[in-house]
Design a protein around this ligand. Sequence first.
Ligand code: GLN
Ligand code: ZN
Length: 753
Amino acid sequence: MNITTYLGFPRIGRRRELKTALENYWRDPGQAETLLAAAEELRRRHWQQAADLGIDCVPVNDFSLYDHVLDQAVLFDAIPARHREGFERDPLAGYFAMARGSADGPALEMTKWFDTNYHYLVPELQAGQDFRLRGDKPLAEWRDARAAGHQARPVLLGPVSFLKLSKCTDGSNPLDLLPRLLPVYLEWLAQLAEAGVEWVQLDEPLLVTDLDPALALAYRQAYETLARGPSPRLLVATYFGGCDPELAASLPVDGIHLDLVRGPQQLATLLQTLPRDRVLSAGIIDGRGIWRSQPERVQALLHELHEWRQAGRLWLAPSCSLLHLPYDVEQERQLAAGLKPWLAFARQKLQELRHYADWLAGDAAAEQALRAQAEVLARRPQATGVQRRQVRTRVAALSPQAALRRSDVTHRRAVQAEALALPSLPTTTIGSFPQTAALRRARSGHRRGQLDDLGYQALLRDEVARVIRFQEDIGLDVLVHGEPERNDMVEYFGEQLEGFAFTRHGWVQSYGSRCVKPPIIWGDIARPRPMTVAWATYAQSLTSRPVKGMLTGPVTLLQWSFVRDDLTRAEICLQLALALRDEVHDLEKAGIGVIQIDEPALREGLPLRACEHAAYLDWAVHAFKVAAGGSQDRTQIHTHMCYSEFNEIMPAVAALDADVISIESSRSRMELLEAFQAFDYPAAIGPGVYDIHSPRVPSGEEMLELLQRALRVLRPEQLWVNPDCGLKTRDWDQVEPALRHMVDAARQLRATL
Ligand code: GLN
Ligand code: ZN
């Protein structure tokens, strides 16, 4: 009997029921019962669905009202002092206070979950931290699942990953807390054993990252300690890459889960070193990507695992939790018919597992289904739009020169100074202006057909005119059109490019109730017509000051989409770059002299392992340069990135060879500029002087002070003045005074130069 299972499931609900219930509760705390009932219903439904699809064992405690790492901090009583009282008073309200902030203080910091687009809350610990068990969420969910008739397995982060994902507010090393934390795990495991739990899944995704010797030692010590107590059987789950097979095999646990999609290379060693009495949970299909698996590939893999199968110690699972996938491709009624049979969302992944398990058992229907799947996929390369001859030829013929500007940055600076005639310390913004309620209403009305094209266009034109007038009025130097026509910086371009598809219900949790609906890149990328030229030229026609054209860069378009599995990311990125290159060219021809290519996702694309960074940065930088490379010397190319950790990627950022880069900087108080100075960054920099994430309106003095700090490390001719990021989430009554103060600050400083 081959066991089928999975590591975790999406929580938000196929109709985003959890989002609705959460937001109702946040508006009206009287809705607590409704929220908890909705959560319970979702858990039940998901287990039942899995069971109906033929899954043998379901995980529990993978569900969370907001975030599973926060749940675990609460389970261990790691509650920051500022939220303690509120939590004791009302645990549900206190939980959300930690997630979202409250009158008691700010939320926990939020950060990216490995290389996904999910964000977790970082537990706040300190040296000498006391952990204790609080509540029984995992066990209660296990009991619910059992009562509903399911084989179930509670999930928790393992001790080493939990500590490494936390931070100590006093600067001490969270790993030092291991001896204080392990007794709590032991107590928890003993409770579960007592209750009759057979298996527990401890997630240790840290095992697929670069481990220093201290961390490897921590792993051994932790699991040797856990092996000593009474406990259900332990499955250590690794995912998002290959782990160190020797370390993994040496842990004294009962089973190990491997991501064999992203880390196929670990298998050979593991098959030799893993003791034969262990369970091998094989992540045979991609838990992150939305494509159906290639039966030949998976079947070959399963052949390699025959020894475990014969011993009855093989589990079949997706490579990682399905949290990062949408629910069900069958919900997508309007998706091109040809596309659907290639796709597998969470539900289809579970179906696939069942097919493979049945195939192993010699089931003819499963064999048939997999053969049919292989045939459908074999025809995919010939389907219209998957491979476009022109695109392939162009990529293949691309010369290294295509990535180069005509002259170096110093020469370009002189040419641009003459062409643009900007004052010193030029002022600008990052692109978007407030997306007002009226704009959003108009957009949704237009989508639903209540507002016709003409009416919608007229409204947008009014908005652009208003934004241009406003910018002239307050005295900005390089203007923008304000992006009122864009719903989202990826979707807007994806909708105008061939090779992209969009789902209706393909929501994936980003954090809490926030979901994103990534587009799907399924075919070769082509740009049938200019995408932004009409808006840019319209805006430019309204003013004599330069208007900056606004593009989303190739790396960001790639990073925020689900991408095809039949081309490398590097190749897809290059196709996107060529489409953008044509757009840059068309903007130039239309008289747009300043063009910004946003790359807020460049850094987050960094692979988990350091040894893969250089290769990634190489192709990512190359793609950006191909997009910008065809432009004239007098065209000023800007780029924008919304973060401030540049040390590691500084050489790559410099290699982009942009004329101006704007970055987030107000919160770090210009500290990051040191990275630029240390690197002798040659081009111009606009370190944000205004934190657009906060509704607070900064004063002119504050911004002046930040600019003065910037001038301690930058040459005056290098410095631009701008906010940290786009203004779309702010209100006009915040933006107006803040930008006036910003322009004032620039003028004052200019007078002293
Ligand atoms: N141009 C975009 C804007 O202003 C940039 C957004 C971003 O950096 N995420 O909204
Ligand atoms: Zn930004």
